[in-house]
Design a protein around this ligand. Structure first.
Ligand SMILES: NC(=O)c1ccc[n+]([C@@H]2O[C@H](COP(=O)([O-])OP(=O)(O)OC[C@H]3O[C@@H](n4cnc5c(N)ncnc54)[C@H](O)[C@@H]3O)[C@@H](O)[C@H]2O)c1
Length: 372
């Protein structure tokens, strides 16, 4: 198979769909890998790394889209890229079609087959190609929160770990899933006094068993949440209700009860945020002040650490990419129900029910599409 990896063109996107290591694995399996010139630079991978791995460098995205059997990317194809997709082509990338009718109609019109990272599943009910980015955002949250807490950035001027004789920062993490657990681990590692809130008793039991000595946990009633938020130096928002906007857990009025200069890191901002006062910001201008409380609400946090994010995503996508290349998408999806769950579009038909429901488009069962 000819596998093509173009340079990402969405603003502020520095990741790349294939690492040199992923390219080498594909080449070792007998595939041709074509990488657009400079595609890896944003993640610190020069063209020479790909050449050494056995890939070919091609100057333009047009040439990649014209010749590749499978396109491997990070972000959803932009309008100019969608125009280049072919009916016999396989697209493997993040798509997030439900809120994006324009992209959905373009993909259907292209006739391509598109497998979305975000809907591939695993045996434990997780989303293995979404989890690495939650791990990155979670571990980054206390790091950016600590910076936000610094006086010059408008924060309270509190050091995460304190010093001998001075208490550490109080950090509250709302939501103890992938983001929340990784955030709590790093905040505790920095020496902060950390409490994780969640509404799932099973999750709290897990956190207690595994991390009971590192950080505290509490059931997330509205009262307990407000109580802890009032005392906090930093609050990390990490809730998720699958398929829904994030619930607003702290109102603007309640914000005024927080300590002046406290920091909010609302990681759930990509689902609308869990504070009433959250609005999406960018890496260029990440924080803002509401009533003396500093908000960090960057919607694509993994972009700040593009190299780590690219490698983490590549580790997770590589086995699926190899299965698709080695067997062809039909056989790979027939053999693996979790990969089949990733099938969103095939030959002008939508094959993912939640997207069809969100956009009012008829859906063909993926298990039927795979046999067509
Ligand atoms: N900003 C970014 O760059 C970025 C990157 C990755 C993930 N995210 C977002 O981070 C959020 C968390 O993702 P995740 O992968 O950790 O999800 P997850 O499903 O692993 O965890 C979410 C947790 O929230 C808990 N929860 C739900 N409602 C709650 C409530 N009212 N109070 C307390 N806990 C509640 C759930 O029980 C679950 O344990 C999502 O919105 C995700 O989209 C953002």
């Amino acid at each position: 198979m000819k596998i093509g990896c173009p340079t990402e063109i969405k603003p502020q996107e520095f990741r790349v769909g294939m690492t040199p290591d992923a390219a080498r694995e594909a080449v070792n399996h007998g595939h041709d890998v074509v990488i657009q010139e400079g595609a890896g630079l944003g993640s610190g991978f020069p063209d020479t790394d790909y050449i050494e791995a056995g890939a070919t460098i091609i100057a333009t995205a047009e040439e990649i889209f014209a010749t590749a059997d499978m396109i491997v990317k990070v972000k959803e194809p932009q309008a100019v890229e969608r125009k280049m997709l072919r009916p016999d082509q396989l697209l493997f990338t993040y798509l997030h079609l439900a809120p994006d009718p324009e992209q959905t109609h373009d993909l259907l019109a292209s006739g391509c087959t598109a497998i979305a990272y975000e809907t591939v599943t695993d045996d434990r009910g997780g989303l293995p190609l979404l989890a690495p980015m939650s791990e990155v955002a979670g571990r980054l949250a206390p790091q950016v929160g600590a910076w936000t807490l610094q006086k010059a950035n408008g924060g309270r001027g509190v050091l995460m770990g304190g010093v001998p004789g001075v208490a550490p920062a109080k950090v509250v993490v709302i939501g103890g899933g992938v983001v929340g657990t990784h955030a709590a681990k790093v905040a505790a590692g920095m020496g902060a006094d950390v409490t994780v809130l969640d509404r799932s008793l099973n999750r709290l039991k897990y956190l207690d068993d595994v991390f009971g000595r590192d950080f505290k946990n509490q059931y997330a009633t509205a009262g307990a949440t407000l109580d802890l938020v009032r005392q906090a130096d930093m609050v990390i928002g990490a809730v998720l209700i699958p398929g829904a906007a994030a619930p607003k857990l702290i109102t603007r009025t309640q914000l005024s009860e927080m300590k002046p200069g406290a920091a909010i890191v609302d990681v759930a901002i990509d689902q609308g945020g869990c504070f009433e006062t959250s609005k999406a910001t960018t890496h260029g201008d990440p924080i803002y002040d509401v009533d003396g409380i500093m908000h960090y609400c960057v919607a694509n946090m993994p972009g700040a650490v593009a190299r780590t994010s690219t490698i983490a995503l590549g580790n997770a996508t590589m086995p699926f990419m190899l299965a698709l290349a080695n067997k062809g998408w039909r056989q790979a999806c027939a053999d693996d129900a979790h990969l089949l769950n990733g099938l969103n579009v095939h030959a002008g038909q939508l094959t993912y029910y939640a997207v069809g429901k969100a956009l009012g488009i008829d859906v063909v069962s993926p298990s039927i599409a795979v046999k067509q």
